[in-house]
Design a protein around this ligand. Structure first.
Ligand SMILES: Cc1cc2nc3c(=O)[nH]c(=O)nc-3n(C[C@H](O)[C@H](O)[C@H](O)COP(=O)(O)OP(=O)(O)OC[C@H]3O[C@@H](n4cnc5c(N)ncnc54)[C@H](O)[C@@H]3O)c2cc1C
Length: 522
């Protein structure tokens, strides 16, 4: 499988597909067809960086690892949000870096940072390029140029400690590459965000991503035990014990720092033995509220399966829990997916206990077929988004989280904000994607007929949704991170003192402000 994505679409170019006929029929019925022709690729502006600086970089890294050709720069332009794709489709490459540098070690990263600080170049760490919040769009103004610092050459499994069950990985490993190296050692990380096929270990850490094993070992930050970071002020190595009381946990400062405080050059994670058994099942609930109550009861009883997600009525009807089957038989009520992974006896024991509790709570078992379909199609939805965009239908997602007592309020407010802003014809779907004892995350998917200019159409809807999230007292992001897109709402969440703490840390670690300027920190 390729690790290089299509510049204007999600994922492996070989897997780009047209909408299946029945889905096309449904799209035409709901939204009307409005095929959008592809725009010819525009040439890029010449690199703004002084050629003498590029020569120095080439001397340091080797000439093959300092690239200024259009194709390489185009592939390192922005991430994969729908606005990113719309801009790329419209031929807008104004955020392209001037050069792409590819260090191979912590020391080379540090040297690039030194040179960038000396020449006042903005530096954008690039892992898999799957950001959906503008995390790869650094501010250019005030800098002598923009460097994309591509971690593609840092792909080693540094060490597996089979006694402690930890593994140390370099940041440029993409999800499948990391799992393949770990599998050869008989262990797994088990972190499966929907972007798994292209996102990187460093990116998971820098954004605090969450995987689809949403009730098991899904949150990447909870898997990290240690980090190495190259900052303009020097090296930081953190995580010398499984737990400590040595002041505030500085690992948490770099987890989620989105390339603004340093470049993560190694990550030590907890690993587990490869699962011997995996079982995925479906459950039906009369309503979203009934299913949510069941999830809360499981979480508070300490009975969480490895995977647990619940689609609302609209998403269940569209069968989006199985993206490949849009337009298939719609079922009533709400679909829940449960998944159990691990050693067979433990899997069976937990499955039996969960089955008993869900039955008592009024759920109807739908067998393994819906679960297997979900597991089989779990990485397909982003390809469908491209096919919908081809047909003139805007598709995007956003996510948030709150405490159980506030879930209904948050759901209602965000849904109303999106529907009110997008108007007709549009669809707003939601599922509970991650579950905790105290609350859960809501993941919204919208589809709307594209306006003549779909970018402001989506930005208005996104802004309305973010305002609603803040008004409901929820988080602006449960796992997509802040980037540039959520930055205007961050102060409402962490307060002005919180913002000033971030600014102070940034000023200390990155006094020239070269690391991802304009990202994350208001
Ligand atoms: C189709 C699709 C599905 C997605 N599904 C999920 C999901 O299920 N769960 C989820 O949590 N997210 C999801 N995302 C969002 C995205 O995949 C995650 O944020 C992911 O963790 C980003 O990893 P990356 O390697 O692609 O990082 P990039 O996009 O390359 O970078 C993200 C940010 O981190 C910084 N960065 C990257 N590497 C480093 C490093 N080594 N050191 C310091 N900073 C660094 C970048 O500068 C940038 O600010 C999805 C995105 C898409 C497009």
């Amino acid at each position: 499988m390729t690790t290089e994505m299509h510049p204007t679409r999600w994922g492996d170019p070989a897997r780009a597909t047209a909408l299946p006929a029945e889905a096309r029929g449904l799209v035409e019925m709901v939204f009307g067809a409005d095929d959008r022709p592809a725009v010819a690729e525009a040439p890029l502006a010449a690199p703004a960086i002084d050629p003498a600086v590029l020569t120095r970089l080439a001397d340091l890294l080797g000439p093959d690892h300092v690239r200024t050709d259009d194709e390489t720069r185009r592939l390192r332009t922005r991430g994969k949000s729908t606005p990113d794709l719309l801009k790329a489709r419209a031929g807008d490459l104004t955020d392209a870096p001037d050069a792409v540098v590819r260090p191979s070690s912590h020391e080379e990263v540090a040297t690039v940072l030194d040179l960038a600080a000396e020449h006042h170049l903005a530096v954008v760490p690039f892992g898999g390029g799957t950001s959906v919040t503008g995390g790869l769009v650094a501010r250019r103004e005030g800098f002598a140029g923009v460097l994309s610092l591509d971690l593609v050459r840092m792909k080693r499994l540094i060490e597996v400690d089979h006694v402690s069950m930890t593994a140390t990985l370099e940041p440029g490993l993409r999800g499948p590459e990391a799992e393949a190296l770990l599998a050869a050692e008989g262990v797994t990380l088990g972190h499966y965000p929907q972007s798994f096929e292209f996102a990187s270990i460093g990116g998971f850490a820098a954004t605090r991503s969450s995987g689809q094993s949403s009730a098991g070992f899904g949150r990447f930050d909870s898997l990290v035990v240690g980090l190495s970071v190259a900052t303009p002020q020097g090296r930081v190595d953190l995580g010398s014990a499984p737990a400590n009381a040595a002041g505030p946990d500085l690992r948490q400062l770099f987890l989620g720092s989105e390339g603004t405080l340093g470049v993560i050059t190694a990550v030590t994670v907890r690993v587990r033995k490869l699962a011997e058994t995996k079982v995925y099942e479906g459950w039906r609930w009369p309503s979203f509220a009934d299913g949510a109550t069941a999830m809360r009861t499981l979480a508070q009883a300490g009975l969480l399966p490895t995977v647990l997600r619940l689609s609302d009525e609209a998403e269940s009807a569209l069968n989006l829990a199985d993206p490949g089957a849009i337009g298939g038989d719609a079922a009533t009520g709400c679909l829940m997916i449960t998944g159990f992974e691990g050693e067979p006896t433990a899997v069976e024991a937990k499955r039996a206990a969960v089955t008993a509790l869900l039955t008592t709570l009024g759920g109807s078992a739908a067998g393994e077929q819906p679960g297997e379909k979900w597991a089989h199609g779990r990485f397909d939805a982003p390809y469908l988004r491209d096919s919908m965009l081809d047909a003139g239908v805007l598709v995007e997602t956003l996510e948030t989280a709150t405490f159980w007592s506030n879930v209904d309020n948050l759901y209602t407010k965000v849904k109303a904000a999106l529907e009110g802003s997008l108007g007709q014809p549009s669809l707003v779907l939601c599922h509970i994607s991650h579950v905790y004892e105290t609350g859960c995350s809501l993941y919204f998917t919208v589809a709307a007929k594209e306006a003549d200019d779909p970018l402001p159409q989506w930005l208005a809807a996104k802004s309305a949704a973010c305002d609603a999230i803040v008004a409901a007292g929820a988080t602006i992001t449960h796992h997509h991170a802040v980037g540039t897109d959520h930055k205007p709402w961050l102060a409402a969440e962490i307060g002005q003192v919180g913002v000033s703490v971030l600014r102070a840390v940034k000023a200390d670690l990155d006094p020239a402000g070269i690391l991802n300027p304009g990202v994350l920190i208001p």
